[in-house]
Design a protein around this ligand. Structure first.
Ligand SMILES: CC(=O)SCCNC(=O)CCNC(=O)[C@H](O)C(C)(C)COP(=O)(O)OP(=O)(O)OC[C@H]1O[C@@H](n2cnc3c(N)ncnc32)[C@H](O)[C@@H]1OP(=O)(O)O
Ligand SMILES: O=C([O-])CC(=O)C(=O)O
Length: 372
C-alpha cells in the first residue's frame, strides 16, 4: 500500500476544469483572478464556474433573473431562524442546518439528471445569501428584507442584511470579495463536497458537508478569528508583544500560512488594498496599521504571509458586518465553487474511497464484561 502523506499534502485527488493554482497564479476556468476581480460581476463568475465559459448578455440577464426568483425562502425557513436566535446559535452552525433544511422544500431535491442538478444549483446559490442575511436580521429582532430584482447579487446581499441599498463603492468592494472567495481548487471544503457526492448523494448533502468543513478555524473560520485577535491586541502598541508571545508559545496566528501558496496568496493584495481604503474611510486606520505590523513581523520572523482570510476580516468589520457573519459570507461565495465541483464530480464520478494504514493493536480477544 502507498505511504501515508499526512494531510494529503501534494497528493492529486481529482482532475478539474473549474480552477487552477499554477505557481502563485489562481485562475477560474482559465481566466486569471486579477482579470475577473477587476472586470466581472459575481454572477458572471458563478456562470463561468458552472459552464466553463462567460455568459453573453442575454444569458447573464436570464441567469440573474433565475437567481433573483429563487432568493425568497419558504415561510417555514424564515420562522425557524427564531429558534436559532433564541438558542444563540453561531450563524455558521445555523447556516449548516438551514442549508440542509432547504432540501425539505425542494420537490426535486432527490431527482438525478442534468436539468435537476442545474435547478438545485440555482436554488442553492440564490437562497444561501438569503439564509445568512435573514438569520442575521431575525436574531436582532428586525424584519426580514426581501431581495430587489434590479440589484446585483452582491448588492442584494448587503440590502437584505442592512435593509438599505449599498453605495456603488460598497457594492463594488463586496462584489470583488465574493469573486475572490468563489473557488480555490481542491481546498478542504471543496474536497469534502466532492467526497460526499461521490457516493451519488444529492447536491444539498455536498453543500452541507462542505459548509461544515469551511467552518473550522484552519479554513474559512479563520477570518472571524482574525478579528478576535485584533480585538484582543487592542492597539498598535500591543502588536509586537502579542505576536512575540504567540510565536514563543508556538501558537498559530490566524490568517497566515497556506498549504499551497508559499510566496503569498494572490487574493490577499486586493483585500489588503480594500482594507487600507475602507479602514481609512471609516476612521479605523489603526486596525489596518495593526494588521500590517502583524504581517511584517510574521514575514520577518517566520516567513509567513497573509492568506485570503487576513485582510477580509477588517474589510467586513469596517463595512459594519458582525464578526460571526464573516465565515457565512465566505460560504455564500464559496457555494458557487462547491456546486461547480459537485457538477464536475457527477459528470465523471467514481466513489472517493482512499485507504488507511492500520496502526492499532492486533490479535486481541474478546473478554466477557464481568472479567474486564
Ligand atoms: C481560506 C483558507 O482556508 S486559507 C487558510 C486559513 N487558515 C488560517 O489562516 C489558519 C492559520 N494557518 C494554518 O493553520 C496553516 O498555515 C494552514 C492550515 C493554512 C496550512 O497548514 P499546513 O499546510 O498543514 O501547514 P503547517 O500547519 O504544517 O505549517 C507549516 C509550518 O508553518 C507554521 N505555521 C503555519 N501557519 C502558521 C500560522 N498561521 N501561524 C504560525 N505558524 C504557522 C507551522 O506551525 C509549521 O511550523 P513547523 O514546521 O515549525 O511545525
Ligand atoms: O485552498 C486552500 O487550502 C484554502 C484556501 O485558500 C481557500 O479555500 O480559499
Amino acid at each position: 500500500m502507498a505511504e501515508l502523506v499526512k494531510g494529503l499534502e501534494g497528493i492529486v485527488a481529482s482532475n478539474t476544469k473549474v480552477s487552477s493554482i499554477i505557481g502563485d497564479q489562481l485562475t477560474y476556468a482559465g481566466y486569471e483572478i486579477d482579470d475577473l476581480t477587476e472586470n466581472a460581476k459575481f454572477e458572471e463568475v458563478v456562470f463561468l464556474l458552472w459552464n466553463f465559459r462567460l455568459p453573453n448578455a442575454e444569458e447573464l440577464a436570464d441567469f440573474r433573473k433565475q437567481l433573483f426568483e429563487n432568493m425568497t425562502l419558504h415561510p417555514r425557513m424564515y420562522s425557524h431562524f427564531e429558534d436559532y436566535a433564541a438558542d444563540h446559535v453561531h450563524p455558521m452552525t445555523g447556516l449548516r442546518t438551514s442549508l440542509s433544511y432547504l432540501a425539505h422544500f425542494d420537490p426535486r431535491a432527490d431527482e438525478f439528471n442534468e436539468d435537476a442538478h442545474m435547478n438545485k444549483a440555482i436554488r442553492i446559490q440564490a437562497k444561501v445569501a438569503s439564509l445568512v442575511a435573514a438569520f442575521a436580521r431575525v436574531r436582532q429582532g428586525k424584519e426580514v428584507v426581501k431581495p430587489k430584482e434590479d440589484l446585483s447579487y452582491a448588492a442584494n446581499f448587503l440590502y437584505m442584511l442592512f435593509g438599505e441599498e449599498p453605495t456603488a463603492v460598497q457594492e463594488e468592494g463586496f462584489n470583488k470579495a465574493l469573486i475572490l472567495h468563489a473557488d480555490h481548487e481542491l481546498n478542504a471544503s471543496t474536497f469534502t463536497a466532492r467526497v460526499a457526492v461521490s457516493t451519488l448523494s444529492d447536491m444539498y448533502s455536498g453543500v452541507v458537508a462542505a459548509a461544515g468543513a469551511l467552518k473550522g478555524p484552519l479554513h474559512g473560520g479563520a477570518n472571524e478569528q482574525v478579528m478576535k485577535m485584533l480585538d484582543e491586541i487592542g492597539s498598535l502598541d500591543n502588536v509586537d508583544s502579542y505576536v512575540a508571545d504567540k510565536i514563543a508559545k508556538k501558537e498559530k496566528i490566524m490568517g497566515f500560512g497556506h498549504r499551497v501558496y508559499k510566496n503569498g496568496d494572490p487574493r490577499a493584495k486586493y483585500l489588503k488594498e480594500m482594507s487600507r481604503r475602507i479602514t481609512d474611510e471609516t476612521g479605523q486606520k489603526e486596525l489596518f496599521d495593526m494588521s500590517v505590523r502583524i504581517a511584517d513581523i510574521l514575514k520577518e520572523e517566520k516567513g509567513l504571509l497573509p492568506n485570503v482570510d487576513f485582510y477580509s476580516a477588517t474589510v467586513y468589520h469596517s463595512m459594519g458586518i458582525e464578526h460571526d457573519l464573516f465565515t457565512p459570507i465566505f460560504a455564500v461565495s464559496r457555494t458557487s465553487g462547491w456546486i461547480a465541483h459537485i457538477l464536475e464530480q457527477y459528470s465523471d464520478n467514481r466513489i472517493i474511497r482512499p485507504r488507511a494504514t492500520y496502526v492499532g493493536e492486533v490479535g486481541r480477544k474478546y473478554v466477557p464484561i464481568e472479567e474486564r
